[in-house]
Design a protein around this ligand. Structure first.
Ligand code: ZN
Length: 129
């Protein structure tokens, strides 16, 4: 007997624009996403910043302000570009290593975002060569 309770959970949301910022507000940005999933990563960088991220293509990422407040950190292969605010120190987003045309965005920088029903995938960054 079909039952609503047995239907798979629909986690994908309606695509919409989300605005985000660092803590001090110097860096502001907008993304468009339907949140297919969130990721955490176990690499030496992500473990320390404890970020939960959503991946967006660069065409769906818009830096609105604060370009000169951003500073950049690279390590290991020096491919991924980890940005953070030089004033408040918050990590709002980075350019990804394997898919450099995509950004990883810190979902806790998004205004009014609630991660409650979105699955979190644990990416194995530490095992990457
Ligand atoms: Zn800031």
């Amino acid at each position: 007997m079909p039952s609503e309770a047995l239907a798979p959970a629909i986690t994908r949301r309606t695509p919409q624009t989300w605005r985000g910022s660092c803590h001090c507000g110097a860096v502001t940005f907008a993304i468009e996403t339907d949140f297919p999933e969130l990721t955490m990563c176990d690499c030496s960088m992500c473990r320390r910043r404890n970020a939960v991220m959503v991946k967006v293509h660069e065409s769906r990422f818009h830096l609105l302000s604060g370009e000169d407040s951003l500073t950049e950190y690279r390590f290991h292969t020096n491919t991924a570009r980890h940005f953070f605010c030089r004033i408040c120190g918050i990590y709002p987003f980075h350019r990804k290593r394997v898919t450099p045309d995509h950004f990883g965005v810190n979902v806790f920088c998004l205004e009014g975002f609630d991660a409650a029903d979105i699955p979190v995938r644990r990416a194995a960054g530490r095992a990457m060569p």
